[in-house]
Design a protein around this ligand. Sequence first.
Ligand code: CA
Length: 438
Amino acid sequence: MSRLNETHDPALTSWVASANLAGQDFTIQNLPFGVFRRAGSNEAFRGGVAIGDEIVDLAALAATGVIGGEAAAVLAAGTGPTLNELMALGQPAWSALRLALSRALRTGSPLADVVHACLVSQAAAEFAVPARIGDYTDFYTSIHHATSVGKLFRPDNPLLPNYKWVPIGYHGRASSIGVSGQAFARPLGQTMPPGAERPNFGPSQRLDYELELGIFIGAGNALGSRIAIDDAESHVFGLCLLNDWSARDLQAWEYQPLGPFLAKNFATTISPWIVTLEALAPYRTEWTRPAEDPQPLPYLESATLRREGAFDIQIEAWLQTAKMREAGEASTRLSHSSFRHSYWTVSQMVTHHTVNGCGLMPGDLLGSGTESGPTPEEAGSLLELTVGGKQSLTLPNGETRRFLEDGDTVILRGACEKPGAARVGFGEVAGRVLPAQP
Ligand code: CA
């Protein structure tokens, strides 16, 4: 059964001219969801869909009454200050709204004049975290990241024996999740210098980013129930970019025995746009596990997963220092990789999360974990790129970095592109490190 439908047709164009430009993330085949208002206004935040350089204001569109049928009720659920109500409706509902929006935004649509009046320029908008996130879990699904970080923390025992059997994760903190543009003070905490007998207290000296994808849960599951592997993706509303800021010196001292705590919970930044799994359908790819590795337990295994359970999403990390910004210099790319290298898939994360009866709720957020690829250049954190801070990176302007400095802005980008399909992009997520609070 093909997952492709008329909304994926690469020949489709939009009457929003910017949507048709080469390199555009927000094509008519994408149609990602977010929450916005006009910047600096007192307007209510409400749902929007990106098209080219514009946003379709879902509240304004609902008020016109031009979207009828099944999609009308779905559209109404997307007009509030968070997308939880829309997320709770489930995959067939999201698909009905996507089809209606695709038809309304196509070149030649009879609704063009009405919908044109519902557009807000992205450049004139400000964004909010798109859902009320009740719970946030961060996974650890790149074996390349787990192995290289493991080598730094435990040279004799880099990959723990459970890694190839269990999609490892920890419960994170929802209160410090911010949308792109988030700026936060360098965290303070305890660190234990090598050879010392008692810890220091002060600002982290080894602040880092992590290049991840976020997974927004749509329809949840009742407490005590499990989500089967072939049903897992129908519970996923879509994916965003996620930067899991990490204080490595705090992490090294606190992480045993219960895992990350204050090293991770001071800030997590996500992109404003959520790209639906339906939009990503052309970029599905087979999921494989090396023959010499243990194959998944039956609850994490399926033929559909093997055939098309992975997504080929190109992801990149960029840096702009304060000095670069003052000189008007563009950001520089630190690394690039693909989500297809992930050891565990979106569906395996969702299924594993609920296999003990844990209930997921609409708007819950899962992080994929740092998506480092197989080569050193594909590393998704400074910890890996600088080999634990031992090798400094030289930037184009001559500055060097081992870890992040005050004033640094980290930008993550993601996009899917291939011959025969329209580009589907994630836009970007930017966040800035401010000096520690005295
Ligand atoms: Ca992480």
